[in-house]
Design a binder for this molecule. Sequence first.
Ligand SMILES: Cc1ncc(COP(=O)(O)O)c(C=O)c1O
Length: 385
Amino acid sequence: MIYLDNAATTQVDGSVLSSYMDISTQLFGNPSSLHKLGEMSSGLLNQSRKQIADLMNVYPEEIYFTSGGTEGDNWAIKGTAFEKESFGKHLITSAIEHPAVLKTMAQLEQMGWDVTYLPINQEGVINPSDLKASIRPDTVLVSIMAVNNEMGSIQPLKAIGDVLKDYPTIHFHVDAVQSVGIMDLDLNHSRIDLAVFSGHKFHAPKGTGFMYIKKGRKIQPLLSGGGQEKGGRSGTENVPGNAAMAKALRLALENTEEKKQHLSHLKDQLVNYLTGFDKVSLFSPKGSSPHIICFGMKQIKGEVVVHALEKEGIYVSTTSACSSKRKEQTHSIMGMGYAKEDAETVVRISLGYQNNLNDIEAFKQAFAPIYQQLASIYTDHTLGN
Ligand SMILES: Cc1ncc(COP(=O)(O)O)c(C=O)c1O
C-alpha cells in the first residue's frame, strides 16, 4: 500500500504508540485522584502541557487539551459567541473553512447570530481588505484557517492579524489543523487569540488535540462537569493520548525545513507529471502547502479516479475525508471560481514526511494507464459514441 492521504489522517508513529501503551498500562490513574497513581498522572499531564507549550513558544496555561480539531473549532467559535453575546452577535469567517467551522457557524446562524463569509481569490486566499470592510461594531470573532485541507492554500494570517490590531476586542481564531510542520504561527508574537490543533494529523493517536487560548482571552466552556482543564473542558483527561501527542508534536517539529523541502520536492515531481496530461487540471494554487496536491481529470468524477488508484494499492482522497463519503462537492474549489463540474472531479493527494520518490514513482506507474483508459471513455463520450 502507498499511503498518500495524510491530510485525512496519519499513521501513528511507532515510538509514539509505545509511549501511549506504556502510559496506558502503567500510569492509568485519574489525574484528579488524591493517591500516588493519580498524582503521577497529573504530573505527566502537566509535563505534556509544558512540552507542547515550549514547542509552540507559549505559556503552559495557554494550552488546553481537547479531542481534536472538530471539538477545538466548535469550542473556539461557540465559546466566543456565548461569552461575547452581550457585546455583539456578528462573526466573520471564510467560504472555504473546514465543516467543523462552517457547520458551527451555520448552527449559530440558526440561533440568531449573523455570519459574514469572506470570498477567496483564484489563489485560494482571502483579501485582508475584504476582512476590514466587513468588520462591524458588533463583530466579536474572526475565524480563518491556516492551511486549507482541500487544495492547500495558505491564508495571509499575518496581514489578517495586522487588520485586527485595530480591533483588540475581536477574537481571532485560527483552525491550524493542517499547519503543523508546514507553518510557524508564531503564536506568542501574533495577533492570534485561539488556535486549534489535531493530534491525528501529525502521527499522534486519534482523539487527541489541543487548543491555544491567549492569556486574558475568555471563552465559555462547552463541556460542563468536573472542571478539568481549568474549568474550560470537563471530563477525565486522556493522559496517555496527551503525552503521546506531546511526543508526536516534538517529532513533527524536528527538522521542519528539511521535511518541507522533501515534501516540496515530491510535490514538484507530482505537479510536473500531472500537468503533462492535457485532460488533467491542477487545482492547488501557487504557493500552496507542500503536502497537498489537488487535481482532477476533466469530466471524470474524483471518486472514479480514487477507486481506480486504490485497485493499484494507492490511497488518495476526493475532497476532505469527512465530505468525501457524503459526496459533498468541494466548496474550496468552487470558491476559487471553478464550476461544479470541475469540483466533482477533484482528487487530493496529501503527502507525509515518510513518503519518498518510490511512492511517487508507484503513483505515476498506476496513474498513466488509468488516465489512458478514462481519457478514452471521455473522448468516446464527447463524440457521442
Ligand atoms: C482544516 C481542518 N480542520 C478541522 C478538522 C477536523 O479535525 P478532527 O478530525 O481532529 O476533528 C480537519 C480534519 O480533516 C481539518 O483538515
